[in-house]
Design a protein around this ligand. Sequence first.
Ligand SMILES: [Zn+2]
Length: 393
Amino acid sequence: MSLLIDDVELWDGTGSPAQPKMSVEVRDGRIHWIGSASQWQGNRATVRVVDGRARTLIPGLMDCHVHYSSPGGPEWIARFTDPLPEISMRAIELAEASLRSGVTTVRDVGAPQGVSIRLARAARAGEIRAPNIRAAGTWIAHVGTYVSFARQFAEANELRDAIRTEIEAGADLIKVALAGWNEGARPKDAPDIPFDKKLLALAVEEAHKAGFKIACHANDPTSCRIAAHAGVDSLEHGMFLEAGDLEAMEKNKTYLVPTMSVWDAMLYYSRAVDWPEARRKRAEDLRQGSRAAVTAAIKAGVKIALGTDAGGGAARHGRIAREAELMVECGMKPGEALTAATSNAAKLIGEDERGTIEQGKIADMVLLDANPIENIGALRMIAAVFQEGRRVA
Ligand SMILES: [Zn+2]
């Protein structure tokens, strides 16, 4: 049976302004017809009608940076090393919660033991209720510089092998981490980052040669500099980016995925869990750095795609609205934040058939009980979520 979302305010993600009194008909999981509500010619008895009055319809949201293998919270890194059955079960629940919050596509950018690859497969097979998941497999990092459960390499040929291994295991994209100076705290007298410019160039070449995108974790000043100039597809976090780096990103068409929710959540936990003062102070500094970088990136015309880092930092899953709010606080218009969470995210991920509401595209859509162009917080007012034309929330 086809579906008609009737008489709705439509924000389609193409760059056109929102239009009132529109109707959208879905058939076989795709957008079949879009037009003025009064122009629809079908028979109401043969379609399922969803009342769109006083509601806004937007494309399904995309979160370009999640980790379903951890729930986030104050001990997020320890949660990645929970027993495998627990991680796997939890990942299924978190993916479903995320879908219900309006997120219909994600990149899961790093999981231990291939969890995200299996999760993505189960989602594709329709075995679980989850967003469309693009999985990065396991993080790739230089030995001893990042989390212990990353795939580690010491030399160039091992880096190539690591990338090939991820691809063979079924990863949809490659994720590398330049250094693990966690929370941006590079130890005094630390050696130069071993995963340097030369090695990153090799990783970019290897991934692109195989037709895969590459995302790069960069959360200290040196990593930001290296990643910004390397031609990676996306630079994750980036709270130490400076003017020259942003210029390089703009030139290389590298997306920034800011993950500002993480610092927000860290500040919350630093009070709620009684972290040492130094750690609270660092979280505050990182938050400031992140905001400054995002504001400068917007001005420099760097492409931005939304990512929360839910699970991979203190941020919890299912709170994508907060990240969009933070983008608006940093200077984006609500429509630009929505674009970062829909059509821009689709371009970064390589989802040609999603990200906008246009005839022929896959019908991933969110119906809201308020207008996010007036107030981006409306992303919390979920009335319904449609995935490939099927109502899932
Ligand atoms: Zn992450």
